[in-house]
Design a protein around this ligand. Structure first.
Ligand SMILES: [Zn+2]
Length: 170
């Protein structure tokens, strides 16, 4: 029994490393990814080991943090926002703006494939979900009521993000 626990822990630690090789994809995971093709594939058990319960609920179960409670909605430092699940660079402070909604809002993603979209008809609403282009984790939704030049509002959960401050040039 003890040996089994040790092996499980070693496996879980290895699973938390980024860029899990594709060979590790299991059938049930492939089904859950639906039509989104992403590079990082992990079982839900592996994700649970890597994330806090709050992060897991948002990133893997499409939860939404309460407005005005996240750590980044009123956050103005310069830098890059990364996926809290896999570290993929998603948004820049350059495109961040105060939407007044209580969630971090951006009018554009960092790069074209950093963030992917898919239709979401849950809760009787027609919305466009946004997921990490690298691992498929849930980030939030994108709406068409943002500012110029894109007119888009990427509405993101703080729990889905990790911030990396831009180093000041000397
Ligand atoms: Zn990710």
């Amino acid at each position: 029994m003890f040996r089994y626990i040790i092996i499980s822990l070693v496996f879980a630690a290895a699973a938390c490393a980024q860029n899990t090789p594709k060979e590790e994809i299991r059938m049930n995971d492939a089904k859950k990814e639906e039509s989104i093709k992403t590079r990082v594939k992990k079982s839900e058990q592996e994700w649970q080991m890597c994330l806090t319960p709050e992060q897991y609920k948002v990133l893997r179960e499409k939860g939404t943090e309460r407005a005005f409670t996240g750590k980044y909605y009123n956050f103005k430092k310069e830098g890059i926002y990364k996926c809290a699940a896999c570290g993929n660079a998603l948004f820049s402070s350059t495109e961040k703006y105060d939407s007044g909604t209580g969630w971090p809002s951006f009018w554009d993603a960092l790069e074209e494939n950093a963030v992917l979209t898919r239709p979401d008809t849950s809760y009787g609403m027609v919305r466009t979900e946004i997921v990490c282009g690298n691992c498929g984790s849930h980030l939030g939704h994108v709406f068409e009521d943002g500012p110029p030049p894109t007119g888009l509002r990427y509405c993101v959960n703080s729990l889905s993000l990790d911030f990396e401050e831009r180093k000041k040039e000397k």
